[in-house]
Design a protein around this ligand. Sequence first.
Ligand code: SAH
Length: 218
Amino acid sequence: MTKNWMYQRRRSALIDDLREKGISEERILEAMGRVARHKFMEDALMSRAYEDEALPIGLKQTISQPFTVAYQSMLLNPEPDEKILEIGTGSGYQAAVLCELGARVFTIERLGPLFDRTAVLLKTLGYRAVTRLGDGTRGWESVAPFDGIIVTAGATDVPKKLLDQLKLPSDGRPGGRLIIPVGGSESQKMLRIRRTGKETFETEELDGFRFVPLVADS
Ligand code: SAH
């Protein structure tokens, strides 16, 4: 059996596992079924790429657990061509899934070595995410407003700048949404916040998760 074939089989077993764990959006599962997660981690861990686990990617950071990526993608539910901002590029895996869903992806990472490695990897794999090095809690003013923003690190509160950079509702279209885990260092609650007006937002509080911390530059 060739290695590629082996990875493909493990990947489809993972997708079945995610479906059983409650991920019901076939679009999301299909997109994840097209992303070679093993290419987003170091060689030593590749054999574990299709376990439903977060794994280390260096610098004390992790590639998110596939269930978490599926869950956040399902909440965000990006339509093709929507403008999406991701905070916390990390390995690039979540960004690749968003690209597979047809979104126009902008992604920010604060750690130089991870940014450098992942920017090259995404290009090499043909994912057209626009990458940026910096503090994502400030958003990306020159590209805003966004249809959706997804934060893949645990925040202690909701950065105001991210709320400001969500699209306003217009012409019967709903406003932009922000998917963000908020809480302490041990666990965070996933929030889905939708902009309903200039200064008004609607917040849903969902399940608990444990992310690496969102670190704002002072
Ligand atoms: N989406 C990633 C998850 C990586 S873990 C993946 O699919 O692999 C979270 C990442 O957020 C880490 O790489 C961390 O360095 C980054 N991060 C933390 N605080 C940040 C901030 N303020 N701005 C941008 N990136 C941040």
